[in-house]
Design a binder for this molecule. Structure first.
Ligand SMILES: O=C(O)CCC(=O)C(=O)O
Length: 248
């Protein structure tokens, strides 16, 4: 790995970086097809895998093509292909290790499907305020399986916003977001990306995605990791977070 890596001082200041071509187009297709199998119900979502429909479609009862109504598939650690090919992939895990240290656990690995014309907005938020892990310094890799564009809902980020610490969030009908008075919309930068590339980002970077207004789907997998310095702060018993490295 070179000095333009995710532990580069400029990257740490900005709070995110794109590393290109982590997956080949064929690998994106294979994983994307696996997600569609869950979305269509052709493959059973077992263990921690869960399929969540687009809330607005559930409310309206509007019918779309099978699988095109899914917002999120969570618990992807329990999919053998995605665990092997992506979550534990050295090109991803080793980069996160360069910041968080040798020992790595997975906090979450979810697919955000954002189907064409249907996929809804994810409002501006920081990840850490959602999560019972401290300190608020986890790192994630967000990897689109389709080219991510402004039209289909690429990531929108505020560079350097992690430096301001955790911001208040409020619940809306389907979301949990930062009140618009608490961030500068003019500072938002769209981050279009080629499929198979990874956006590595700090868990306090303010980010969101727009609704998919295009006819093209925008499937992405987001993987969030924590290290030995982090601890669980939830009220319930700590979940059995998967060990990513060193592999048992
Ligand atoms: O993919 C999206 O639409 C949102 C992703 C996101 O907010 C995240 O990975 O934390």
């Amino acid at each position: 790995m070179t000095a333009t890596e995710i532990d580069d001082p400029q990257v740490l200041q900005q709070g995110y970086v794109i590393i290109e071509d982590l997956l080949s187009p064929a690998e994106c297709d294979e994983i994307g097809e696996r997600l569609l199998e869950y979305a269509r119900g052709d493959r059973e979502a077992t263990g921690r895998l869960q399929v969540q429909r687009e809330p607005a479609l559930v409310r309206s009862g509007q019918q779309v093509e099978p699988g095109q109504d899914v917002r999120k598939i969570s618990g992807l650690w329990d999919d053998e292909l995605i665990r092997r090919e992506l979550i534990t992939r050295p090109a991803v895990a080793q980069r996160i290790q360069s910041i968080l240290g040798e020992k790595l656990w997975l906090f979450r690995a979810d697919a955000l499907m954002k189907p064409g014309k249907v996929g809804s907005e994810k409002g501006f938020h920081q990840d850490s305020p959602y999560w019972p892990i401290e300190p608020m310094s986890l790192w994630s890799c967000w990897l689109p399986l389709d080219d991510a564009t402004v039209e289909n809902g690429c990531m929108l980020v505020i560079p350097g916003s992690q430096a301001g610490g955790g911001l208040p969030h409020e619940s809306t009908q389907d979301d949990y977001v930062i009140p618009s008075s608490r961030y500068d919309l003019d500072a938002v930068v769209p981050v279009p990306m080629r499929r198979g590339s990874g956006l590595f980002f700090h868990s306090l970077v303010v980010h969101g995605t727009a609704a998919n207004t295009s006819g093209q789907s925008r499937r992405a997998i987001t993987m969030s990791y924590f290290g030995a310095e982090h601890r669980y702060t939830g009220d319930d018993e700590a979940p059995d977070y998967p060990v990513v490295a060193p592999r048992p």
